[in-house]
Every structure is written in C-alpha cells, then in structure tokens.
Design a protein around this ligand. Structure first.
Ligand code: SF4
Length: 405
C-alpha cells in the first residue's frame, strides 16, 4: 500500500510522526488484536486531529459497522479495496465520499494482484502467492476476513521474483494465508510444487523458504519433487496446534497426530539436516489435563527446533468461542510455560549439535560489529567480524552457544 502512495508522489513518514493521512492496516486474529487496532486508530487521531484516518484490513473487513461508529475514523476499507486505496482516499478528499460498499470477500474468486512491488529489503523478500483459506478451523476468523482460496498467477509471481533477483536479494520467502492450497482455484492443474520448480530456475535467487505450511501438503510425491530443488531451504514450519487427536478434532484440524508424525518422518528421511518448527495453542476449550499431557508427550517425541506457543484466546464469531469448558487463564499460563521450556530445551540441544561445525550463513544485518544471519535450515546466529558480510553467504564455525540466537 505504501508503494501505491509513493507512485503518486505521497511521502511516507514513520509510525509516530505527524501525518495528513493515517492508514491502519488492522488485524482481527484475536479479540486482543481488535482492541489494539482500535487503540491505534485513536492514537493516530490524537497525533493529528485534522488527519484523515483510514481503517483497512481484516478487522475492518469483518466489523465495518463497528468501526464506522468510531468518531476517530474517516474511512473504512476492507481487504479487497487495498489495491486501489489511493483512489478511495482521493475520492474521500475531493467528494467526502465515505460510505464505501466493501466487496464481499467471501464472493471474491480472483486474487487481487497489487502489481509489481519495489522491495526495500536487501537480503530477504517476502512474496505473497495466495490469499484466503477454505479450512475453517474452529478457532479462526481468517476465512471470514480473507475469503476463499485465491491464487496469484504464476506469471506475476515469477516476474516479481525475477526483479527481486535483479536487485541482488538472495532469499525469497513464499507466503500466503494457506499456501498448501496454492493453485486449487486454477482451472488447469498447477500446484505449489509446480510454482516452486519454476522459482528454483530463477537466476540470482539462492534460497527459497516456505512460509508456514499445512502438514498435509507433505507427501512422498511432493517431497520427491521438492528435494530436487537445491534452493529450497530445509526448514519447514508445520502448524500442529495440538498433539492430541481429541483436541485437534474440536479445532477442526484435518489431520491426526499419527499422520503428522508420519509427515515429520518423511521430511527427516529426505533431509538429514531438516529443521522443524511449529505453532501450538494451549488451553483450547475443553483441553483437559490428560489432553494437554498427550500434547506434551507428542511434542517431546517430535522434538521441534522451536515452538511458537499461543494461549487460546476466544475470537468472537468463531465456533470455538461458544464452546463449553473454556479454560482458566492461570492454567493456560502454566501450560504455555511448560511448552516454552520444552521449546528452549530442544533448541539448546539442537544448537549443541551445530557447535564447532561449518555452517553456511546468509548474513542480513550488522549492529556494532556483530552480524546476524540464518543458515539454510533457519538456525539464527551472531558473528563478530570486521569484514563486510551483509547479504553474503559465508561459511562460519560457531564456537560458543551464545552465538545462536
Ligand atoms: S488453516 Fe490457518 S488460516 Fe485457515 S482456518 Fe485454519 S488456522 Fe485459519
């Protein structure tokens, strides 16, 4: 969106600076995100009471009326309006047109392409290939805010990544709301693996990293094609959410722990240096002590490198928010702590294996003589040197555990 403004000669300022127009790209993933979005909208109006304040994004998409009632907000736009945001704002300035009929995101059939983006990053660029999700997990509002699966045309993605490569950026992260569904909406069969094969051919790109993926994407057939792509990073973020089948069922996740374990076995068989990370929700409605213990035992067995642990937070408008047996905050806290400890322990034990070994690191940034970068399988390291290493892939040896972030 910034770029759309830059193209029309607007000037972008920092978050806390006084501006004539504030765009708040709201999030609605939890009730807390809604609250934070509202706070932000109020805060910017205080920074400049004469400014035009625009709310867009997911919260605006699902709660347009609620936001329109806030006196701090001048204009409410959804997700589909973002690609033409400048036109909407200019119309508001010229004609005071503020009753915008938002497109029904659930009826959108085509991916709204923003066109070519000029990246300001030097080392790693995040490329969005898909929007929407058809999964309807019981705790998640995203399908209602983003709509059904819409995939970006391969031609547009390849052209964007080619220009990223021309800028000297070495790594691309392939992202979306549910990238495993990439291509599902195309008439001709064309899936994520077909797209990755094409990206792998782009000269200059040295690393292709997959954003969070649904575990069921990983099949023997998929991996057999994937492992031939030398640029694909051996790091997979597989969202597990729970290690207990009963909880997974209530979450409306479509796999069992047995299937998930099989998927991790496939990955570990094909890549001996693979790093697996995950997301876990603790305190989902009805999660008994016994269910949590099942999750804990399962996580110990799988031994992820890192786990992002979330305490379940009810989201208005989802099935899980009305489920009985909501879990007490203190219990959520204890469970979360226990899993974070396990995650830290796992990470340390993996890091020990990488001590005194040669690691190929792509360095991203430098602060006071210390560079930070990632290995291909996403181990983050610090390295002190006088050399200029930014955006270079260098082989180093870490001799101290503190070098691992
Ligand atoms: S797959 Fe992800 S985005 Fe889709 S409904 Fe489930 S949690 Fe939400």
């Amino acid at each position: 969106m910034s770029q759309k403004f830059i193209e029309k000669d607007y000037q972008i300022v920092q978050e806390n600076e006084k501006a004539d127009i504030y765009i708040i790209n709201t999030c609605t993933v939890t009730n807390m995100s809604d609250r934070k979005s509202r706070q932000m909208l109020r805060r910017v109006k205080e920074l400049n009471p004469n400014a035009i304040v625009v709310a867009c994004g997911c919260y605006a998409q699902v709660a347009k009326k609620e936001l329109e009632e806030m006196e701090e907000i001048d204009l409410v736009l959804g997700n589909e309006e973002k690609s033409t945001i400048v036109e909407f704002i200019e119309k508001y300035i010229n004609e005071k047109e503020n009753k915008i009929e938002l497109k029904d995101v659930m009826k959108q059939k085509e991916y709204s392409d923003f066109g070519k983006i000029t990246y300001t990053e030097k080392t790693r660029a995040v490329v969005k290939v898909q929007d929407g999700c058809d999964r309807f997990c019981s705790y998640c509002i995203i399908p209602y805010a983003r709509g059904r699966v819409r995939s970006r045309k391969p031609k547009s993605i390849i052209s964007e990544i080619s220009s990223i490569a021309n800028k000297g950026i070495k790594e691309v992260v392939i992202t979306g709301i549910h990238i495993a569904s990439y291509g599902k909406d195309f008439k001709e069969k064309y899936e994520l693996i077909d797209l990755l094969e094409e990206i792998n051919k782009i000269e200059g790109i040295q690393r292709i990293r997959l954003g969070s993926i649904e575990p069921l994407l990983i099949t023997e057939e998929f991996i057999e094609r994937l492992e031939k792509l030398e640029k694909v990073c051996h790091h997979f973020h597989l969202s597990l959410q729970s290690g207990c089948n009963e909880t997974l069922k209530r979450m409306n996740r479509k796999y069992t722990t047995e299937e998930f374990e099989n998927i991790t076995n496939i990955l570990r068989k094909h890549y001996n240096d693979v790093i697996l990370t995950t997301d876990i929700i603790v305190g989902f409605p009805g999660e008994t002590e016994e269910e949590f213990e099942k999750t804990y035992k399962f996580l110990k067995k799988i031994k992820f490198y890192k786990m992002h642990v979330f305490k379940y937070s009810p989201r208005k408008g989802t099935k899980a928010a009305t489920m009985p047996n909501q879990i007490d905050g203190k219990i959520k806290e204890q469970r979360s702590k226990k899993l974070i400890e396990l995650s830290n322990k796992n990470q340390e034990s993996y890091n020990k294996q990488y001590l005194n070994k040669e690691l190929e690191v792509l360095f991203e940034e430098e602060k006071e003589g210390i560079y930070r970068g990632h290995t291909k399988n996403y181990i983050e390291v610090n390295y002190k040197t006088n050399e200029k290493l930014e955006n270079k892939i260098v082989t180093i040896v870490c001799k101290d555990l503190k070098q691992f972030v």
